[in-house]
Design a protein around this ligand. Structure first.
Ligand SMILES: Cc1cc2nc3c(=O)[nH]c(=O)nc-3n(C[C@H](O)[C@H](O)[C@H](O)COP(=O)(O)OP(=O)(O)OC[C@H]3O[C@@H](n4cnc5c(N)ncnc54)[C@H](O)[C@@H]3O)c2cc1C
Length: 399
């Protein structure tokens, strides 16, 4: 009976998939990524912010320099309330910037790095079932083909099929009540190019930052009662969405001007935003979950991709040093407290992003005090952004 994994089938080629596969190869385990899409997604998706801890974790697979080549650094953050109040959000000065990237560029960098390390990618493979035979498992795809490996890693995102196969009672994702949009406006906001601004407008929240090449990128999460199905999203025209958004941000500065100077055809609708409630079963037999399939925090955490990267690398370290069942248990023990505490904090931030009239009125008074006292960045951001994975330390089987 094989207890140490020598081969892995990684399901999903988004962020967690290529990173996990690259780290597995570094750990001496052969890895193949199976992705539903017919090819590497080119030019799709919007912008993603990679936090300092995520970029640091990518050093372990040598992908961090690729990030600096495709990203723009964000070294300061502002928070504004209405038209009059602007605050500088306290940051850790020495962890390095956050990086804004096009999702498609991130995929390219991660895929190319993984391939260079020896990972194989197979596209057009949609996982539907898993057979576990005790000392290995077989992934069964929609086209009738199969792939066997010592372990299967479910890196198949927030709508994961693997999650239910690992635990029938595992929950599905929860709708956040928001639909997400972004675009580039021709309006240039009068702030430095490395500054991201989080703005509490009169009716809703938005964020924006100036682009080094000109223009301002903005993003909004539009409150929407039900998650619109893909068909309804497709059938709503860009002009209709822009008209709605213009009404919501009509009284905001610079929100109104940013939207007015955005051609409708530039609008990118990301659709409903989802988060994962706590997942009771992270692994079963020869199959384990990683990334959004098991821990998708609200995107206001700015940590989804970074946590997916960290988890993939920690999983590989555990599989390098321990037999499969102990490796999966050690991996869950290492990761669950961290990802669940970050998700819980992000949920609190979400509530703060939808303040009522009273909260809006007292926020300008409270914020400076909060930044001085409760929001000591070392306490709030330190544990998240200073996190460092010690790849060379042997993973320990625990109690
Ligand atoms: C609008 C939006 C903005 C965001 N902004 C940020 C941000 O600024 N910063 C940040 O850190 N995070 C952000 N996130 C979250 C971040 O995108 C995710 O945390 C990250 O992509 C998780 O990576 P993953 O590999 O686990 O999942 P994904 O990136 O979703 O990848 C999953 C992959 O699995 C494939 N797949 C799915 N099902 C199957 C199947 N059955 N068989 C085979 N393949 C399958 C999919 O096609 C996909 O390629 C944002 C998310 C959204 C929606």
């Amino acid at each position: 009976m094989t207890t140490r994994a020598r081969t892995a089938a990684v399901i999903g080629g988004g962020v967690a998939g290529p990173v996990t596969a690259a780290a597995l190869v570094k750990a001496g385990i052969e890895a193949t990524v199976y992705e539903s899409y017919p090819g590497r997604p080119e030019g799709v998706g919007g912008t993603l912010a990679l936090a300092a801890n995520g970029k640091r974790a990518l050093e372990i697979i040598g992908a961090d320099e690729g990030i600096a080549a495709i990203g723009d650094p964000v070294s300061a953050q502002n928070l504004t309330i209405g038209k009059r109040h602007r605050f500088t959000v306290p940051q850790l000065g020495d962890v390095g910037p956050m990086w804004t990237l096009h999702r498609a560029d991130l995929h390219r960098v991660l895929h190319e790095r993984a391939e260079a390390m020896g990972v194989k990618f197979v596209f057009g493979k949609h996982l539907e079932a898993i057979r576990d035979d005790g000392d290995g498992a077989t992934a069964v795809f929609g086209d009738g083909t199969e792939a066997g490996a010592d372990v299967i890693v479910g890196a198949d995102g927030v709508h994961s099929a693997v999650r239910r196969l690992v635990g029938a009672a595992n929950p599905g994702p929860k709708y956040t009540g928001m639909i997400s949009f972004e675009a580039v406006s021709e309006h240039e906001v009068p702030v430095g190019p490395e500054v991201m601004t989080f703005a509490f407008g009169k009716r809703a929240y938005y964020l924006y930052w100036r682009l080094p090449q000109g223009g301002t990128r903005w993003g909004v999460n539009l409150p929407f009662v039900d998650p619109l199905p893909a068909k309804a999203l497709r059938e709503t025209s860009d002009e209709d969405w822009m008209a709605r958004l213009l009404k919501i941000y009509a009284d905001d500065d610079p929100g109104a001007e940013l939207l007015r100077r955005t051609p409708a055809e530039r609008l990118l609708c990301h659709g409903p935003l989802w988060i994962m409630p706590s997942v009771p079963v992270w692994h079963r037999g020869r199959t384990v979950l990683v990334g959004d399939s098991v821990h998708a925090p609200s995107n206001s955490s700015g940590q989804g991709a970074s946590l997916a990267i960290e988890s993939g690398i920690e999983l590989a370290r555990c599989l390098r040093d321990l037999p499969v069942p102990e490796a999966f248990a050690a991996y869950e023990r290492l990761r669950r407290p961290r990802v669940e505490s970050i998700a819980a904090n992000a949920a609190k931030i979400n509530r703060a992003k939808a303040p009522g009239a009273f909260a809006q009125a007292v926020m300008p008074l409270m914020m400076p005090l909060m930044f001085k006292t409760a929001m000591d960045p070392e306490k709030t951001l330190g544990p998240i952004q200073r996190h460092r994975i010690d790849w060379d330390a042997p993973a320990a089987a625990g109690v």
